[in-house]
Structures are given as C-alpha cells and as structure tokens.
Design a protein. Structure first.
Length: 128
C-alpha cells in the first residue's frame, strides 16, 4: 500500500524510492524534524498523521513538498508554524549528486497537482 494512501496509519515506516536516483527515508513526527533532518540542501515531505485530505480528484495524506538549502532550519520553521498539528515528515536520504533538488521538488509538486487537481494543502495556505 502506498504511504499517501495509508489512512489511519499512525507511524508509516516504509522507505520510498521515487526513481533510481533518490530515496526518501522513514516518517517521523514533524515536531522532531529538527533532530532528524540534515543541515544541508534537501527535500522533505509533510503528511497528515492519520486520515486523508480531500483534493478535487482524490484523497492524499500529503500536504507539502519543500526544498531548502538548510533542511534542518526549514524543518524547524515548519514545526513551529504547525505546532500542535499531528503531522509526519520525511526527507531525502539518498540522492544522485547530478539531480537538481529544487527541480526535483518542483516535479513532485507538478505531478501531485496533475494527479489530484490542486496544489498541496499547505502550499495553498502559504502567504503570498
């Protein structure tokens, strides 16, 4: 079963390969993300811990894909901004050095929007 289709799962723990060049690690609570994420460039995903979010063409637990030059700092900002919300986070743990991470993150967002008919929930809630 795909991670974003796992309704009600409190602690999904499977690794995920998006292709042969990148791999996401295990999920952990967003509140602990500053302890798990590297202090380097990377990409992270946020999902609701249980249930699914309604999107125009389906449901998904995903609420954000983010690229940052300092992933640890970005994760701490997200944890502070969403304190008290039951969210899970994971980040890339294996990356082919030839991959541009900002482009990869943009591709994830585009694929999500094509599939679900809307941008991710937290991207729509970001200030302009």
């Amino acid at each position: 079963m795909r991670d974003d289709a796992r309704a009600g799962s409190a602690a999904p723990c499977t690794l995920s390969h998006y292709n042969d060049h990148v791999q996401f690690g295990r999920w952990y609570p967003l509140a602990e993300a500053g302890d798990h994420t590297p202090q380097s460039e990377g990409v992270l995903q946020l999902r609701v811990a249980s249930g699914l979010v309604d999107y125009p063409r389906g449901k998904s637990a995903m609420v954000l894909y983010a690229h940052a030059h300092d992933l640890r700092a970005a994760a701490r900002v997200l944890a502070g901004a969403h304190a008290g919300k039951d969210l899970w986070c994971r980040h890339l743990i294996e990356v082919d050095p030839t991959i541009d991470l900002a482009t990869f993150c943009a591709k994830l967002r585009d694929e999500f929007e094509r599939r679900f008919g809307a941008s991710l929930l937290f991207e729509r809630q970001q200030p302009a």
